[in-house]
Write a protein that binds this ligand. Structure first.
Ligand code: 3EB
Length: 326
């Protein structure tokens, strides 16, 4: 165990590549042909359409289902995907439908990790509609954080040091969606010296902290993989440069540079921005030229990057970037 290669394929051949563990489609109108495909409904910039990303492994795969969660694994890695309709939950005096759905989605995830014997969560991708909307006195991202943290605690999972790398982005509409990767080898969690760890954010950002690490390094015998979580213009725990997308993009890249530095030891090499696959989210599509200019100036590889319109989890943040390095 732990010897198969994990890789990411972006673009048309993601749809036909062999050894596929899971597929995520991004675009305003994408639809999932089966339960094992995550359809993330966010406009692709600049021209619309959609883009496919596939996580690939080696060797025979086994797929299965646990309630609404679909999964597929080879000997080394498991990909899981689940979406839930908030309308199927009944809010109570102290829990919103979204909080309940968020808790259940992570309960299902941890049950699958136990059932399949892949105990180590590597990376989580969270998508929720209207993430900044305040319904019933608490912003929806903060409701999500309560449900997610409750599920981590109930499962006896680390939600401080050792929490997985993650992102959480807002879609215009649709279901609560989670897809994730798990394995047999615990990744090395990486924090950013420029930022307060998200699991130690003070209460002003919500009653419960988010449960993610700034990055994580997977050290398998055959390869190392760097997962950089969704990264924004946060320094300490404060959002920087409100209203200034240029400065926010530069600050975000400074945070990514800091993560490349702090991950170098675990990774055994110092990756640079041009080495990374980037997924870039911006709140306003009109900011695309500015964001692309900053990325080009820093040497980001356009062949391995794509841009989406999405809401970022604090209303004042205009841009967020996540990355993978191999
Ligand atoms: C931040 O740094 C920006 O809730 O899983 C980034 C990555 C963010 C992951 C999550 C949120 C999450 O706080 C937001």
């Amino acid at each position: 165990m732990g010897s198969g290669l994990l890789s990411l394929r972006i673009g048309q051949d993601a749809l036909t590549a062999t050894g596929r563990l899971g597929l995520a489609l991004y675009g305003a109108d994408v639809a999932a042909a089966d339960g094992q495909t995550a359809a993330v409904r966010m406009p692709l910039l600049p021209d619309g359409g959609g883009i496919a990303t596939a996580w690939l492994g080696e060797g025979p795969v086994v797929s299965g289902r646990h309630g609404q969660l679909h999964y597929c694994h080879n000997a080394d890695y498991l990909f899981g995907c689940v979406s839930l309709r908030e309308q199927d939950f009944t809010p109570s005096a102290d829990t919103s439908a979204l909080q309940q759905a968020s808790e259940l989605i992570y309960i299902l995830l941890f049950e699958v990790l136990t059932k399949t014997g892949f105990p180590c969560l590597l990376r989580c991708w969270n998508y929720l509609p209207s993430i900044n909307h305040d319904d019933g006195g608490l912003e929806r991202y903060r409701q999500f954080n309560i449900g997610r943290q409750d599920a981590f605690i109930a499962a006896g999972q680390a939600w401080l040091d050792g929490a997985p790398s993650a992102c959480a982005l807002g879609t215009a509409e649709g279901e609560l969606l989670l897809y994730f990767l798990a394995g047999h080898v615990a990744p090395v969690p990486i924090e950013n010296p420029r930022q307060t760890s998200a699991y130690r954010y003070p209460q002003q950002y919500g009653p419960r902290s988010p449960t993610f690490s700034r990055a994580s390094v997977l050290r398998a015998p055959a390869q190392t993989v760097l997962f950089i979580s969704g990264t924004a213009a946060i320094v300490g725990h404060a959002s920087m440069h409100p209203g200034d997308v240029l400065a926010q993009t530069r600050e975000t890249l400074a945070n990514i540079e800091a993560l490349l530095e702090s991950s170098a030891e675990a990774l055994g090499k110092r990756l640079r921005l041009p080495d990374l696959c980037l997924k870039v989210f911006m709140r306003h599509p009109g900011d695309l030229p500015v964001v692309m200019d900053v990325l080009a100036a820093h040497g980001a590889d356009p062949a391995r990057s794509f841009y989406l319109q999405a809401d970022v989890c604090r209303a004042e943040l205009l841009v967020e970037i996540e990355a993978f390095g191999f």
